[in-house]
Design a protein around this ligand. Structure first.
Ligand SMILES: [Ca+2]
Length: 201
């Protein structure tokens, strides 16, 4: 039996949270970075993929229409729910509608989601799919991508430091300093929800 390379100690802690799901070793489905491990025969060791090929996040064709109550922007459909739920429940709500938390990764999509939120209830914050990732030391989108060059942080945000329970919502319009911009807050707080999915098949 060939000896497999030991992963660096720093990644061992992170690996402890990996579990078997079918034939892949991955983080629990509710973990924000959705990482998985697969076996690399060349290196005779385990390799970590940052982005799982989750069909929920796969791109869709640009033709087609959105389902009732969903609003099209580019190749995606969006919906904001005027509810008061935690980030975990927000994720579950989107999933129950065969969608995931909205990923406003660019100015155009962000403007669209904010406008949609304001048309539903501008006085209530709405979660987007962005959460602090301890392993990454950065905010991480629900599809596993680390927050890139585009962001829309309100004044003084983010201010949650490295607290792993910091999630991001679009702040209500009436806020004095960060109106209609992003703010991090405890994931247990209760806000509305913005969800995103592809066009009707
Ligand atoms: Ca904050």
């Amino acid at each position: 039996m060939e000896q497999t390379g030991q992963p660096p100690a720093s990644s061992l802690a992170a690996m402890r949270r990996f579990r078997w799901y079918g034939h892949v070793l991955r983080l629990p489905p509710d973990h924000p970075n959705r990482a998985l491990l697969d076996f690399n025969p060349k290196l005779a060791g385990w390799r970590q993929n940052q982005l799982i090929r989750d069909p929920l996040f796969s791109p869709t064709v640009s033709q087609g229409t959105c389902e009732p109550n969903w609003h099209g922007h580019g190749s995606r459909c969006f919906r904001v729910f005027d509810v008061e739920v935690s980030y975990a429940d927000a994720r579950a709500l989107c999933l129950s509608h065969n969608s995931h938390l909205a990923l406003p990764k660019d100015q155009s999509t962000n403007d669209f989601v904010k406008q949609l939120r304001n048309s539903v209830n501008q006085a209530r914050g709405a979660w987007i799919g962005l959460k602090y990732g301890v392993d990454e030391g950065s905010f991480v989108w629900e599809d596993g991508e680390v927050l890139g060059s585009f962001d829309d942080w309100g004044q003084g945000q983010p201010d949650g430091g490295s607290d792993p329970n910091q999630c991001v919502r679009i702040v209500r319009v009436s806020s004095s300093s960060r109106s209609n911009q992003w703010g991090d807050h405890s994931c247990a707080n209760l806000y509305g929800v913005s969800c995103e999915k592809g066009h009707r098949p």
